[in-house]
Design a protein around this ligand. Structure first.
Ligand SMILES: [Fe+2]
Ligand SMILES: [Fe+2]
Length: 576
């Protein structure tokens, strides 16, 4: 503690509790006397407290009971006088006022001026053979700890010091008010914590030899109850002794970081859309996408299929078969994308990507569970387990589907599994998975089928779940676009990888839209939509997302099996 602050504290203490101030001065006498020029011997008599013999020789200090041997002088005063002397009041003034009396060598007594000439350093006291009195130090806390430091906090901590000179003290903190220290427990509140320490460790702590943190770590201080209040008081004590500057610097730096990062980059407000540019939404960050996922969690197990079941039973076999084909590609597809996402998760190039892909893996599993519930409970598929039902459905899937899922997705997923550190390969994988399979293929089919069902009052339980699946898919695609954009910013050379994957897979994926009963992929009608509408929807969604990446796509005639039409009822911007 600086000299100025030491004197200020002593002066305040001398005014309201002179005896406590005097006890503090006596306690710190060994350190103060060490500043005196020796050899010197004097008696210090304090009316309320007693008499001490102070000897200074060769830099050594002794403070002991008087033994009657000759001294240079004898200083007699009362508690107030001693406190004022230590607080730096003029010794002459105190002498003239009769507050301090000196017998013996006044010239030597002048040396005492140096006593008030230093900082309060409890380490020094111990170094010069003094003992620290817990009672004095606890009672001094209200003068040491500035009321302002306690703003926002209200609690009481019990301190127990075990051993000789030990005792129990209650430190009461009251939101910006000066601290109060009592020997009795509070009547109006619970004690938040009890900190217990032995006298030897207490002294090592008070002198700065042992930090409160190490004391707690080594269980030299036992804390029962809440730790935070004990930590706060510990910090205020350190601060009052001028030993907390570095921690305060750290605290304000960390507070600034906390404020800058508040909300995990989510900024509280719900963003528009799912971050999918094809919906007209602006790109979201990984953390925002993660937070959206938390908000948008849903339960496949709780969807109500009561109406769906009756509608299914009434549907003739031929119509059922066509529905099994169209929903089957999603049924099997969702299971496939669950399994094939795992290598992506293991190869995630950053922690943020890993977290998001973790959420997506859960989503895809939920989508698979949703379809399987519909397949088992509504469609009444024969097998009694998920894989068995999937095999049933897989039989109706045609070669375009297999090309996309087996030759496309599964292939790149196994290559990523083999080479998880190949970032370029990861770029190719995300293009295949998020841009083509989810963005170009799945969302197009989902939007069309769901719209048809909604328009015709079909399968209400399924429609509800399918809508939630679709919302998830837009979030997944949004992640893919965000990732590819950042990859391109890092290295524009990835553009070639993305374009190659699109050119290679999109034309093959477009054939998945073609129903099995159709002879000519160029023009057909499915779920009430013309192929031009379906191709148009898929093509424009891909074009928009690639546009956000700053990449062009080939004209429709190079990518699509047939001509694309003008926007129809269900358009990318209105989806979701
Ligand atoms: Fe999915
Ligand atoms: Fe997905």
């Amino acid at each position: 503690m600086t000299k100025k602050r030491t004197q200020e504290v002593l002066r305040r203490m001398a005014e309201s509790e002179p005896e406590l101030a005097a006890r503090l001065v006596v306690m710190t006498l060994p350190a103060a006397a060490a500043r005196l020029e020796g050899p010197l011997a004097y008696d210090l008599a304090v009316e309320e407290l007693g008499t001490w013999r102070v000897g200074v020789e060769n830099g050594g200090v002794t403070v002991a009971p008087p033994d009657g041997s000759p001294v240079d002088f004898r200083l007699a005063t009362d508690a107030q006088g001693l406190a004022e002397l230590a607080a730096g009041s003029s010794p002459l003034k105190l002498l003239l006022g009769g507050r301090v009396r000196i017998r013996g060598s006044r010239i030597k007594a002048r040396k005492l001026g140096a006593m008030s000439d230093g900082e309060l350093d409890l380490g020094d006291v111990v170094k010069h053979g003094g003992k620290l009195e817990p009672d004095v130090l606890y009672r001094a806390l209200p003068y040491l700890v500035e009321p302002g430091w306690t703003r926002g906090h209200s609690f009481t901590v019990r301190y127990v010091v075990e051993g000789e000179r030990g005792g129990t003290w209650y430190v009461h903190v009251r939101d910006g008010q000066p601290l109060r220290v009592t020997s009795e427990p509070p009547e109006d509140r619970e004690v938040a914590a009890t900190a217990t320490v032995g006298i030897a460790d207490y002294e090592r702590m008070a002198s700065g030899e042992l930090t409160p943190t190490i004391a707690m770590q080594d269980r030299l201080t036992e804390i029962a109850g809440e730790v935070y209040p004990v930590t706060l008081i510990g910090r205020w004590i350190e601060r009052s002794l001028g030993r907390d500057d570095e921690e305060q610097r750290r605290e304000s730096e960390q507070r600034a970081v906390q404020q800058a990062r508040a909300g995990g980059g989510f900024n509280g407000a719900s963003p528009e859309g799912q971050g999918d540019p094809a919906q007209g939404s602006q790109l979201l960050g990984y953390r925002q996408l993660y937070a959206l996922w938390e908000q948008q969690n849903w339960r496949a197990s709780e969807l109500d299929f009561t109406v769906d079941k009756e509608q299914w039973l009434a549907t003739p076999t031929a119509a059922q078969e066509s529905t099994i084909w169209s929903l089957g590609s999603f049924y099997v597809g969702e299971e496939r994308v669950t399994a094939d996402l795992a290598p992506f998760l293991l190869a995630a190039p950053s922690g943020e990507i890993e977290l998001f892909l973790g959420t997506q893996l859960v989503d895809e599993a939920r989508h698979a569970a949703f379809f399987d519930r519909f397949g088992a409970e509504v469609m009444a598929l024969s097998a009694n387990d998920l894989r068995g039902r999937m095999r049933e459905v897989e039989e109706v899937l045609r070669s375009p589907w297999r090309e996309v899922f087996d030759d496309g997705l599964r292939d790149v997923a196994s290559r990523i599994k083999a080479r998880p550190d190949d970032f370029g390969l990861f770029v190719e994988g995300i293009t295949t998975y998020h841009l083509i399979i989810e963005g170009f293929l799945a969302v197009t089919g989902q939007t069309m089928i769901r719209q048809y069902m909604l328009d015709h009052g079909l399968y209400p339980g399924f429609c509800e779940g399918f809508g939630l699946v679709e919302r998830d898919e837009h979030r997944h695609i949004a992640f893919g676009v965000r990732f590819l954009k950042e990859a391109l910013e890092q290295d524009p050379a990835h553009a070639a990888t993305i374009q190659r994957a699109v050119h290679d897979l999109a034309p093959r994926a477009a054939y998945v839209f073609v129903p099995p009963y159709v002879k000519e992929a160029r023009e057909f009608v499915s779920y009430g939509y013309t192929s031009q509408e379906i191709y148009g929807y898929a093509y424009r969604a891909l074009k928009r997302r690639m546009g956000v990446l700053g990449l062009a796509i080939p004209p429709p005639e190079e990518l699509m099996p047939g001509p694309i039409g003008e926007p129809a009822t269900a358009e990318p911007a209105a989806a979701g």
